[in-house]
Write a protein that binds this ligand. Structure first.
Ligand SMILES: *Cc1c(COP(=O)(O)O)cnc(C)c1O
Length: 363
């Protein structure tokens, strides 16, 4: 007899990307920022480490909310921080979704939404896409209609495409929440600044953000939700009292405050993204236009798994992804797999392209 909840017994664990703990890797597999965080962040962490670590952190993360709010033209009570945006997503599920209810998300996209639903005992369904990654609105409609939450990563992963505001409206549930996961929002051509939430009279839109990507802080766990204060107040009821620690909050305030630094690294990443996207076709790869800090690419004839393995032999890690569900056929083609390549530093991408050229001649 199993002591586990049946739900836990039957679920498959989420498998994060490989995180090698040895030196010498070019790591282009989990969409981290290749640049270190702002020097102001390191200073703030040092200061936080030498003051008040014996005391609990501010349960309301007040200073951090005050730093974030103006970026989105809202008041601080529209902001709810979490221990990484993954925790924020879990809190939102706990707040709105009962066991047995349905949540949905585009497929292929971020697999974690399904895992979080399973933990909660909820069911998940996929929003079918067309071959150009647009929503297949006719096929999506019945799924949207029965969804308590529709999750849309925007820009999407692994594709890097970004859906327009009108496209987002087309998958807004009539009685439910539209959650727009803007983990890669800062890398878009024209990043949103809270207008999705501010302009929504129904108050049912939630936007989530993370400091893991554009602010180079994946090693610190910090993300946040932006929503109407009534929605935030509800979610706050289910949160751990001290869900964000003092070190993370200090780092977060410093990172958010140093906008100039974030824009500098963003500009470098966008320039390198263009260079990579321009170079890949000459090696036989089709590249999906990206508004994120990675590109999704498929080779016209070679095996993606093999390319991934040969790169790994050379200590270059990219993400090999295969999507088995039949719904995934539309944007993925018959092989249903491909490579997602994180934008590294310029030097890393130069080395990657050199190695890739050798690898392609071998497979
Ligand atoms: C990276 C990522 C997250 C997780 O962000 P954390 O703040 O590190 O938990 C959430 N959603 C998507 C789509 C992501 O790619």
């Amino acid at each position: 007899m199993s002591l586990f909840r049946p739900q836990v017994d039957s679920m498959t664990a989420y498998i994060p990307g490989e995180q090698p703990q040895t030196a010498g890797w070019i790591k282009l597999n989990t969409n981290e920022n290749p640049y270190p965080p702002s020097p102001a962040v390191v200073e703030a962490i040092q200061k936080a480490a030498t003051t008040r670590l014996n005391m609990y952190p501010d349960p309301l993360s007040t200073k951090f909310r005050q730093a974030v709010a103006p970026l989105f033209h809202v008041d601080p009570d529209w902001v709810l921080p979490g221990n990484g945006s993954d925790e924020v997503l879990m809190m939102i599920l706990k707040t709105f979704v009962d066991p047995g209810e349905v949540i949905s998300f585009p497929y292929p996209s971020y697999i974690l939404y399904g895992t979080l639903a399973e933990i909660q005992g909820a069911r998940f369904e996929h929003l079918p896409l067309n071959s150009d990654w647009s929503f297949n609105t006719t096929a999506c409609q019945p799924v949207v209609d029965r969804s308590k939450i529709v999750f849309v990563p925007n820009p999407n992963s692994p594709s890097g495409n970004r859906w327009s505001d009108d496209e987002l409206s087309s998958v807004r549930p009539k009685k439910g929440i539209l959650l727009v996961d803007e983990a890669y929002g800062d890398f878009a051509d024209t990043p949103h600044q809270g207008e999705l939430v501010r302009n929504d009279a129904s108050k049912t839109t939630i936007v989530t953000r993370t400091l893991s990507k554009s602010y180079s802080l994946a090693g610190i766990r910090l993300g946040f939700a932006i929503a109407h204060p009534d929605v935030i107040a509800g979610i706050r009821k289910v949160k751990d009292s001290y869900n964000c620690d003092a070190i993370a909050l200090a780092a977060g305030v410093a990172a958010i405050t140093d906008q100039a630094y974030m824009h500098q690294t963003r500009a470098k990443i966008l320039a390198t993204r263009k260079r990579l996207a321009d170079a890949l076709p000459s090696l036989g790869f089709a590249v999906t236009p990206s508004q994120a800090n990675f590109v999704w690419t498929q080779h016209e004839s070679r095996q993606h798994k093999k390319i991934y393995e040969l790169l790994k032999d050379q200590k270059i890690l990219v993400r090999y992804m295969k999507f088995d569900r039949p719904e995934s056929e539309a944007p993925l083609g018959s092989t249903r797999d491909g490579l997602r390549i994180t934008i590294g530093t310029d030097e890393e991408i130069t080395q990657f392209l050199g190695t890739l050229k050798q690898v392609i001649s071998k497979v």
